[in-house]
Design a binder for this molecule. Structure first.
Ligand code: SAH
Length: 471
């Protein structure tokens, strides 16, 4: 086998990034855009000793799991890695990923996992679910102003005003901003020269309130003739907040530190409803309001978030008397949910600004049984354990929702010392979840429930909620 050789390949498996995997003459090939079950003509593009990478030259016989991707630019964009896979198969892929990691990396037996895994929770309509979009701004070859997305692994903008994962309202907003830029000779930012003004357009949408927030991230102190922009945007139904954010650094980080509200209020409000897990996730009357500013961290798929948080709350098994810790609490989203049914909830989060939001959101909802701490979970929890007496030292429940790298060992060890009856682990990375669950299981806990949630349909991201109970 040589580079650029063309050969027939049957795709028999799927890799962790959604790529197709097939075997040819003892070599394993990874093929982007190939779907499990496809028979393809593959072109070898990179060869290693026992494996290689190939490209799809032609699909000879398409897999029965293949669907026509509805997005015209899905292949260039790279944001949706598994859009050509039927939605049912996508859910199965995510469930298998969690199952395999729990068995391979977590050392749980297949029987154990199969007996406790609940069916994956997908979306009825897996499109238009994102409440936040960030569009880079630039020029095309003809020097027209374009907004869109970066092509996979590059900073070339693919012009697109409508992403099928985002809300339809975005297109009209982007058109008005481009028209304003043309009218007032406002330039897009150029990464290589550091010149030009407008870098990104951030749009957030409240699914329940229909409030819209627009924030222009600019490489400068102010926006010329900004009243003209406001005049265009304020006509859009739902427009609630228009602001600029200043970012003059040479960086890939989108937002800078300073935000100035130009029109309306500096935030939008949205609600997260508690759903009835026993009753097909029917909405209930309980809802928590959240204030969202341009910088706030907020779950991007509100429909699935309601199901995920409601499941976390149901796994916590609260009756009203419990003392609960919510570690890695962000803006307190889960904490405020838990507080509805707990005696007291303590939240811990590393980002000070998020804790400010958490406290404000508690006030906004007249919630008085929460307390929030800024700091690392692996520092706050051990120091609390060492220096304090009382119920929170041996809480009834601990909920964790760490970033991809999972929980710090010291945090897990302290959780074990605190001996809560239940631990609810919300995870966005099955591999670190499996690692951490093993530590908790060896420390005296039984894994009782595992459920996969599809928060990011058409991508390979997987979210999981699990329940552990003390032996
Ligand atoms: N539970 C929240 C946020 C989960 S995201 C929600 O559902 O909205 C994970 C959070 O962990 C982020 O807000 C991140 O800032 C925070 N974080 C990261 N490392 C941390 C650490 N060592 N200690 C505490 N919080 C941390």
């Amino acid at each position: 086998m040589q580079k650029n050789d063309i050969f027939e390949l049957t795709i028999t498996d799927m890799g962790i990034d959604g790529e197709g995997i097939g075997k040819y003459e003892g070599m394993t090939f990874f093929v982007k855009d190939a779907v499990i079950g496809d028979k393809i003509l593959a072109k070898a593009i990179k060869l290693k000793k026992n494996y290689g990478y190939a490209r799809v030259e032609e699909v000879i016989t398409p897999s029965t799991f293949r669907v026509a991707p509805p997005c015209p630019i899905y292949r260039q964009c790279g944001g949706c890695q598994i859009q050509p896979l039927s939605y049912e198969k996508q859910l199965e892929f995510k469930e298998q990923k969690v199952r395999n990691d729990l068995i391979r990396l977590g050392g749980f037996s297949a029987e154990e996992i199969d007996s406790i895994m609940e069916p994956a929770v997908g979306m009825e309509t897996p499109y238009r679910y994102r409440n936040k979009a960030q569009f880079p701004v630039g020029y095309d070859k003809e020097q027209n102003i374009v907004t869109g997305f970066y092509a996979a692994r590059s900073h070339n903008i693919i012009p697109v005003d409508d992403c099928l994962l985002s809300v339809e309202e975005n297109s009209a907003i982007l058109s008005e901003i481009k028209a304003y830029m043309d009218e007032c000779h406002v330039t897009p930012y150029n990464e290589s020269t550091g010149k030009g003004l407008i870098r990104h357009i951030l749009i957030r949408y409240g699914f329940t309130t229909k409030e819209i927030m627009v924030c222009l991230i600019i490489n400068g102190k102010s926006l010329p003739s900004w009243e003209k922009l406001i005049a265009r945007l304020e006509k859009i139904p739902g427009m609630t907040s228009i602001s600029i954010n200043i970012n003059r650094e040479d960086t890939n980080v989108i937002l800078g530190n300073t935000t100035r509200c130009l029109w309306g209020q500096p935030f939008i409000t949205d609600y997260i409803h508690l759903r009835d897990c026993e009753n097909d996730f029917a909405a209930t009357d309980t809802a928590i309001a959240y204030r969202i500013s341009p910088q706030s961290f907020y779950q991007v798929n509100p429909v699935q978030t309601e199901k995920l948080y409601s499941t976390a709350l149901s796994y916590a098994g609260l009756t009203g008397d419990e003392y609960v810790w919510d570690l890695y609490c962000g803006i307190g989203t889960i904490s405020l949910f838990l507080s509805q049914k707990a005696k007291k909830v303590y939240g811990v989060e590393i980002v000070p600004r998020a804790i400010e939001d958490a406290k404000q959101n508690a006030q906004l909802n007249h919630i008085e049984n929460t307390e929030f701490f800024v700091g690392k979970a692996e520092e706050v929890l051990p120091s609390f354990y060492k220096n304090t007496r009382g119920e929170m030292r041996h809480p009834d429940v601990i909920v964790v929702d760490p970033p991809r790298k999972g929980c710090d060992r010291l945090c897990l060890d302290t959780m074990l010392k605190m001996q809560p009856h239940r631990i609810v682990y919300v995870s966005c990375d099955p591999a670190t979840l499996a690692r951490d669950l093993r530590i908790l299981a060896d420390g005296g806990y039984t894994l009782k429930k595992v459920r996969v949630f599809d928060q990011f349909c058409h991508t390979t991201h997987v979210e999981t909620v699990t329940l552990l109970v003390r032996k």
